[in-house]
Design a protein around this ligand. Structure first.
Ligand code: NDP
Length: 494
């Protein structure tokens, strides 16, 4: 593996045309992991041209053959799973069990997307005319621009790029500045799997110098973005003006509802995992618990006790339960929100500060934090923090909890703990989120189900699952008239 990494454009590994670079760090130790190109619009343009050229032939490769390459990539990922997981922990901090899961999603998605190559079903339907055939088929869109965040640096590119390529698109991929190395591995694997030159192009660099030019480049027809709501909405506005298709997966403020008949032991396990796994930096992380007033104090006591005992450290150490935050700026954001939580009347039941003892001083560590006494309008109860901060709110009933959940600006995931089947079904029907769990935390999506959210979390698209091709294909309706004479539709023939 190189120490100086390069872009991948038109099948060649090349530096940024400007020669500029940036350095990648381990968030647990501060260690330097490598140097990457700090690219600009000229590199994006070269990548789009390569992708546009490759599209002419790639779209004509039979879908099952395109899919075989994705399947081969899945096999290579499977062989390298452990090395990839270790590289991911070094690069973005989450513990090994979680990075193994992230890589496993890449494997699962490869096999699932490869299967689509032999399905990609269209629809045939009778024509209203005699001697006429009617059908609709999926067609690729062209060059896809794929912009991804750092928290699932292998799974999220897999959800996007694998279906995009199986469907016959080519792509320009811009990963998050904090996780360039995982994007390099992803791309290298596809090169080794036999993807033709120019079909997948990788351009490293910042949101402003690479992401923006991708959004504005006329050669890119569809943008698939996962990241913050603020950046996603600004992309939507700019790309929308250019008539591009935009698929957005954005922020979350996910709630776990705990009713008075819930199994509190199970709920505690699930809350601690959903709130503090990946150091609270999952889009589906639970950051609010809406708990029935009759069990509030007991649940808060249990959750705070467990959260306070979680062991922080380098994710490569098997004893570590919670890794670092991604960067210094995220530590400052979390610290600021803790201050706001206290100012607005919340009580810190555990945590609330940076962790700097011993080796932790080298990394971006913050103690798992639980707030109680949080008012429903308080900022820590409504804004996405993206860190290990959990707000517990008292509710009077299921209806009360659903109302609070649905008042959120976001709608990604929600969950309910109850032993009452009627309450569970009401929650499944009424919780306005893209994902609902019953007696399980808010995290842990499976690749063969659609993934995405309502309201401020998304714009109606779903990734993975049986919907995986939707963001990357157009429907084309085809009529074949074999009558030999003019038959007119949309005319009143009666
Ligand atoms: P950001 O929105 O900061 O960045 C996401 C990506 O967009 C990065 O590659 C970033 O580049 C790029 N970017 C930044 N500015 C621009 C711009 N002006 N034009 C084009 N691209 C740009 O999000 P984070 O990486 O910090 O990820 C965390 C966020 O992602 C959270 O809000 C989280 O909820 C959300 N998320 C949502 C998921 C979902 O499925 N709903 C899943 C995972 C995360 P750079 O890194 O170089 O700044």
């Amino acid at each position: 593996m190189p120490e100086v990494f390069q872009n991948f454009i038109g099948g060649k590994w090349v530096p940024a045309r400007s020669g500029l670079t940036f350095v990648n760090h381990n968030p647990a130790t501060g260690e330097v992991l490598g140097t990457f190109p700090s690219s600009g619009p000229e590199d994006v343009d070269a990548a789009v041209q390569a992708a546009a050229k490759a599209y002419r032939s790639w779209r004509l490769v039979p879908a099952p053959k395109r899919a075989e390459i994705v399947y081969r990539a899945g096999e290579i990922i499977r062989q390298r799973k452990e090395d990839l997981a270790r590289a991911m922990t070094r690069e973005m901090g989450k513990v090994l069990a979680e990075t193994r899961g992230d890589v496993q999603e890449g494997i699962d998605m490869a096999y699932l997307a490869a299967g689509e190559g032999r399905r990609m079903y269209g629809v045939t339907t009778p024509s209203e005319m005699p001697d006429k055939w009617a059908m609709s088929v999926r067609a690729p869109i062209g060059v896809a621009g794929v912009i991804t965040p750092w928290n699932f640096p292998f799974a999220i590119p897999s959800w996007k790029l694998m279906p995009a390529l199986v469907a016959g698109n080519t792509a320009v991929f811009k990963p998050a500045g904090d996780t360039p190395e995982m994007a390099w591995h992803f791309t290298k694997i596809f090169e080794e799997a036999g993807l033709p030159a120019g079909v997948l192009n990788l351009v490293f660099g910042s949101g402003s110098n690479v992401g923006n030019p991708m959004v504005e480049h006329p050669g890119i027809s569809v943008i698939s973005f996962t990241g913050s709501t603020e950046v996603g909405l600004s992309i939507n506005e700019r790309a929308g003006k250019l008539g591009k298709r935009v698929s957005l997966e954005m922020g979350g403020k996910n709630a776990i509802l705990v009713m008075d008949d819930a199994d509190l032991g199970l709920a505690t396990d699930a809350i601690v995992w959903a709130a503090f796994g990946t150091t609270g930096q999952r889009c589906t992380a639970a950051s609010r618990v809406l708990v029935h007033e009759q069990v509030h104090d007991e649940l808060a006591r249990r959750v705070a006790e467990r959260a306070g005992a979680l062991r922080l450290g380098d994710g490569l150490d098997p004893a570590t339960e919670v890794g670092p935050l991604i960067n210094r700026s995220q530590v400052e954001t979390v610290e600021r929100y803790v201050g706001i939580g206290v100012e607005q009347g919340g009580r810190v039941a555990t945590g609330g500060s940076r962790a700097t003892d011993g080796a932790l001083s080298k990394g971006n560590f913050f103690r798992p934090t639980v707030f109680t006494g949080v008012e429903r309008g308080a900022r820590i109860a409504v804004e996405e923090i993206f860190g290990p901060v959990l707000a517990m709110l008292r509710v009077k009933s299921l209806e009360d909890a659903i109302e609070i959940n649905n008042a959120s600006a976001y709608g990604l995931s929600s969950s309910i703990f109850t032993a009452d089947v009627n309450r569970a079904f009401r929650a499944m029907r009424d919780l306005d989120t893209g994902i609902v769990y019953v007696n399980h935390g808010t995290t842990g999506a499976e690749t063969h189900l659609p993934f995405g959210g309502t309201r401020g979390t998304g714009n109606g698209h779903r990734e993975a699952g049986h919907t995986m091709l939707d963001p990357f294909t157009e429907w084309k309706s085809i009529y074949v008239d074999f009558s030999g004479h003019l038959q007119r539709a949309q005319i009143d023939n009666n």
